[in-house]
Every structure is written in C-alpha cells, then in structure tokens.
Ligand binder design. Structure first.
Ligand SMILES: [Fe+2]
Ligand SMILES: [Fe+2]
Length: 173
C-alpha cells in the first residue's frame, strides 16, 4: 500500500511508511550483487530496522494503549510476536534463506501496520490532537548499536522458535 492510497493517512503513517521504504531500499542494496551480501549495508539495515521496531514498541504501541484508556490495541500482541521474529532473524549471518524469510515476514507485517485500520492509521486517528508531539518522539528515537551477526549453534533454533510463535515458516531459499 502506498501512502497516497490511504485516505486517512496522517503524519505518523507518512513517517513510518517512509521508514519502511528506506529500510526496504537498504536491504535491496545489501543484496544487490547475487551471491554476496554487503555486510556494511546489511548492518545499516539491521540497525535501522531495530530502531524502527523500538519506535513502535516503546513509543507507538504504548501511546495507542494510553489513548484507548489503557486497553492495548487488538493487533498489539501479534505485532510484538512479529517483532520478536524479525529481531531474531537479524542475528544469524544473512544466508539467502534468512534474507528470503525476512522479506516474507516484512511483507505480511508491514501490511498489518500500513493498511487501512492498521497500526499507523489507528495511531493517527487516536493521536490526532497530539500527533506532532508523538511524531517528535518518533523522530528522536535513539540510534542503536547492533551486535555482529552470530553463527552460534543456538541462533537458528531461536529463530525457528520465534518464527513459530508468530505463525511464520522459515523459507529454505
Ligand atoms: Fe513493526
Ligand atoms: Fe513498522
């Protein structure tokens, strides 16, 4: 979904949809050369995606819950499980299978956030009176330092479990 397609899109939708696009671009250029991954660009993608998830988990979901009188958004639990799966997929070295799985999960996940009635539109509606404040908080979210990728034997089983919890399969290729 493009930002212009969502009539109720507000500043929060705009800002975070643009960040999705920026992250997609980074992943795209990290794997631009078949058979190899540009690790530096991939690390920028990982850092940016973890920061993006941090904005959603630490700023947006809590704001949505507060604006609903303390009741969490109905999609909050699913989004948090997705974020767990996405963060776990950023740990192992970026094999073709890992990249394919990240892409597949993000495709589903980003639609839940960007689409009509999704996280961003809901937050734009709820926060109409304080959208500028919320946007400023999102913009001020800190950069994160990411650990190097790890090929420890514990990593892939942890990825499998996180994917299962969120209802996704690992793409073998
Ligand atoms: Fe997200
Ligand atoms: Fe997002």
């Amino acid at each position: 979904m493009k930002p212009g397609e969502n009539e109720k899109a507000g500043p929060i939708t705009d800002f975070l949809v643009k960040d999705h696009k920026r992250l997609e671009g980074l992943l795209q250029s990290a794997v631009a050369h078949a058979g190899s991954v540009d690790q530096e660009t991939y690390d920028q993608f990982r850092a940016g995606l973890l920061r993006h998830i941090g904005m959603e988990e630490k700023i947006l979901l809590p704001a949505g819950q507060r604006l609903r009188g303390g009741e969490p958004l109905s999609i909050a639990a699913k989004l948090r499980l997705d974020h767990g799966a996405i963060a776990s997929l950023l740990m192992p070295p970026p094999s073709a299978a890992v990249i394919a799985t990240i892409r597949a999960v993000l495709k589903v996940h980003n639609i839940i956030e960007e689409g009509p009635g999704g996280l961003y539109e809901t937050c734009d509606e709820l926060a109409a009176s304080e959208a500028a404040q919320l946007l400023a908080k999102l913009q001020a979210a800190p950069e994160l330092a990411v650990l190097p990728c790890s090929d420890s034997p514990a990593v892939m089983p942890a990825v499998q479990r996180a994917l299962e919890r969120a209802g996704y399969d690992f793409h073998k290729e």
